[in-house]
Structure formats: C-alpha cells, structure tokens
Design a protein around this ligand. Structure first.
Ligand SMILES: [Zn+2]
Length: 119
C-alpha cells in the first residue's frame, strides 16, 4: 500500500528530476538503457515536459520504428520528453526502467548527442 501511494506521488510530480538529482538512488535495478556521461547527467535547467503515450503514437512523435522514448529540444529553455505510457512500458518489459529512460532523455535535453558518444 505504501509503495502504491509513493508511486502515485511520483506520477503526480511534474518531473521526476527531484528524485533523480542531485543524488541518484543506489542502483537496485540495473539500467538497460545507456546513461548519459556525467557532463549531461544532471537536472535540465529549463522546463521539461514529460509526455506519455502508447507506442503507436510514440513512433510518430519520435519518428522511429521501435523506441521507448525520445527528447525534443524546443528552445534553449524548453525540452519535451516523450516516453511510452505505463501499459506499453510494461508490455515491452521496460516498466522498471522508467527512471533510467528519463535520465537518458534528459541527457539529450542537456545536449548529449543522439549518437551517444561516451565522452
Ligand atoms: Zn538516446
């Protein structure tokens, strides 16, 4: 019950950045997505809007065939992050990866190139 209430509180927050930074929780779940290099792995300075949607819509929003999320930098103070909705995250086996996916995409908001260079 407490976990459900906590999860509901997290979902009601505009951005989970408060949970991710400055001190990310210990990795109890292994990330299956690439995490950004330290220079890009921090809170986005600006407005981040997280938009959840099913795969069929995400493919259009991200212009990719199979994707869990993408980030679109709107301007130097605005970044939109599109992430699969909970039903499709679960369907594709990514339900425990939400925070990592969000960190990955906020890394892109912070300027991490789409080619994912390691440095
Ligand atoms: Zn990426």
């Amino acid at each position: 019950m407490k976990a459900a209430v906590f999860a509901a509180l997290l979902l009601s927050m505009p951005v989970n950045a408060q949970v991710l930074w400055p001190d990310p929780p210990p990795l109890q779940i292994r990330p299956r997505v690439l995490l950004p290099p330290a220079e890009f792995d921090h809170e986005y300075i600006g407005t981040t809007t997280i938009i959840r949607m099913p795969m069929v819509n995400l493919q259009s929003a991200c212009r990719a065939a199979v994707v869990s999320a993408c980030a679109k930098v709107v301007d130097d103070k605005t970044c939109n992050v599109f992430i699969l909705d909970d039903d499709d995250l679960t369907w594709f086996g990514w339900a425990d990866q939400y925070d990592f996916i969000l960190r990955h995409e906020i890394g892109h908001c912070n300027g991490w190139p789409q080619s994912h260079p390691k440095d």
